[in-house]
Design a protein around this ligand. Structure first.
Ligand SMILES: O=P(O)(O)OC[C@H]1O[C@H](O)[C@H](O)[C@@H](O)[C@@H]1O
Length: 550
């Protein structure tokens, strides 16, 4: 079915007209004119405060943006997703990661499956298994408790569990060390295997398809390493699998009793809530994992129940579209002011860019608007000393998502006030900038000679008027982390609906994989110069020489 292009909607036209005026607004003036701006443009839900007042918006902007969301059918699409309709049209699949965090009381039937019953049956198995490992009842082949858990997976089967295990570091069991191996590069596995002992290690092989080359290779190599000093019969105590593909797990040699299933209606980048979250349950305990799910569920309820005008994911999505499609921002920087969130930006890269990095609409027609911006970032304070220069004074305007947690989980005096001060100051500085007059006054107070003041003026002024969002939580807990991730998931969903794309496929990833397969066979077998350009041929020839020599 053909759908109307975003740019053809009346709401988009109205926004274009509005933008002609908005493009010259100065946020400083907007703040000065309205003392209630913060309360007007902030929302609280599911333990998060979302302050979007430092964007170039007014009430009129928000009315037009919300009208756009209505015109694009955000509410209907949202309801269709939650109801299990096959909204992933190119793969004929439902999109039901929200069912993974819903309470056991509901019934949701998809293709004759009672989804909620199956979800909770697997959760119970995860609870039993993680309890046994954590309590030391699950013993390795020499009757010792597990000390090291090695998750082998990539993409959605790696980024979520690693991000969450790091973010929830204070909750991790003191006996357990968590490791994550994803790269086909053998150095990744090598580094981890040097740090673990075959008697006390548990490998979690995580792959939705159980065919992903990197993961299968790492799992095979881990298995061979293990069998150097152990017997096949020892494997079940040290290898478990998470997958949707039972046959492939069995073929790999993992007992399907030690397999935790999930389903094709869970996209890889949305799978942290499924059995893919097992490392999180192992590390922090099943009760904490349940709180993580409950935090996400609280955000789901908010997304379902709150009117669009006060709906955090909807507003966040609309602000993103306003910056992307009207102000032309090409990237968004993620700046968590929390060291334990140091994998968040990487996680969000997959969530956002694999979901919305598309250039055709769901009906296959080319889009005439830009879609997902480039997502990047790092923990805020470290970013300040690396790339914030560009954010303040560079030629591109990059909106920033600041994320702060008010209560620390350590007792070093002074640190947290410094951290929060930096976070809030950066957001203020992006908004306010520093005018030439302010620089002059400041430099005169430092007795700088007039000629030097004038020479340095262009370098020391800040244009400001640069947008940012601020997300604040009381503390980084399993629940607030769950709510935060669900917030971003729903934001991505709403943006997909606004742009009219399918956020749930990833055909773009396949092409390189197929080419790699044919080059791999040429590197170790017979080269086929007809198949490539001169650059690729030369690179293959060079690598063949090196591989022969090694
Ligand atoms: O879990 P797996 O089937 O091994 O897939 C791992 C990853 O592989 C692909 O590259 C997809 O683009 C990702 O969405 C997925 O998360």
């Amino acid at each position: 079915m053909r759908q109307i292009a975003l740019t053809a909607t009346p709401a988009f036209h109205a926004l274009r007209t509005h933008y002609a005026e908005a493009k010259d607004w100065q946020m400083r003036e907007l703040f000065a004119a309205d003392p209630a701006r913060f309360s007007r443009f902030s929302i609280e839900a599911a333990g998060l405060l979302f302050d979007y007042s430092k964007n170039k918006i007014t009430d009129a902007t928000m009315r037009l943006l919300v009208a756009l969301a209505r015109e694009r059918g955000v509410e209907q699409r949202r309801n269709a997703m939650f109801a299990g309709e096959k909204i992933n049209a190119t793969e004929h699949r439902a999109v039901l990661h929200t069912a993974l965090r819903a309470p056991a009381t509901g019934t949701l039937v998809v293709d004759g499956q009672n989804v909620s019953q199956e979800v909770h049956a697997v959760l119970q198995r995860m609870r039993a298994f993680s309890d046994r490992v954590r309590s030391g009842q699950w013993l390795g082949s020499t009757d010792k408790p597990i000390t090291d858990i090695v998750n082998i997976g990539i993409g959605g089967s790696d980024l979520g569990p690693e991000m969450a295990c790091r973010a929830l570091r204070p909750y991790v069991h003191p006996r357990l060390r968590m490791h994550f191996v994803s790269n086909a590069d053998g150095h990744d596995l090598d580094a981890v295997l040097h740090r673990v002992n075959a008697d006390t290690v548990l490998f979690v092989v995580a792959s939705k398809t159980f065919t992903t080359r990197e993961t299968m290779m790492n799992a095979q190599s881990a298995r061979s390493w293990f069998l150097r000093g152990k017997k096949e019969a020892d494997l079940p105590k040290h290898f478990v699998a998470i997958s949707t593909n039972t046959a492939a797990v069995r073929e790999f040699g993992i007992d399907t009793d030690n397999m935790f299933p999930f389903w094709d209606w869970v996209g890889g980048r949305y799978s942290i809530w499924s059995a893919i979250g097992l490392p999180v349950a192992l590390a922090t305990g099943f009760d904490r994992f349940s709180e993580f799910l409950a935090g996400a569920y609280a955000m789901d309820r908010h997304f379902l129940d709150a009117p669009l005008e006060k709906n955090m994911p909807v507003i966040m999505a609309l602000i993103g579209v306003w910056n992307r499609n009207f102000f032309g921002s090409t990237s968004r920087s993620i700046a968590p002011y929390h060291q334990d969130m140091n994998r968040l930006a990487t996680y969000l890269q997959q969530l956002e860019m694999e979901s919305n990095g598309k250039r055709v609409a769901i009906d296959g027609t080319p889009l005439d608007v830009a879609t997902c911006p480039i997502i990047w970032g790092n923990v805020g304070t470290n970013g300040q000393h690396a790339y914030f220069q560009l954010l303040h004074q560079g030629s591109d305007i990059t909106p920033v998502d600041f994320i702060a947690s008010l209560e620390p989980d350590h007792d070093f005096p002074g640190h947290h006030a410094v951290l929060l001060a930096n976070c809030f100051a950066q957001a203020e500085a992006f908004m306010k900038g520093k005018t030439a007059d302010e620089v002059r006054t400041e430099m005169r107070a430092q007795n700088t000679p007039q000629a030097e003041i004038e020479a340095l003026l262009p370098h020391r002024t800040f244009p400001g008027n640069r947008p940012s969002n601020m997300i604040v939580m009381d503390a980084l807990t399993p629940a607030t982390l769950g709510a935060l991730i669900a917030l971003y998931e729903h934001k991505v969903f709403v943006q997909g609906v606004l742009w009219g794309i399918n956020s749930f496929d990833q055909w773009g990833v396949e092409f390189g994989k197929v080419l790699a397969k044919s080059i791999e066979s040429e590197l170790i077998g017979v080269p086929d110069p007809q198949a490539h350009d001169s650059s690729t041929n030369a690179l293959i020839a060079r690598a063949r020489d090196a591989l022969r020599g090694s």
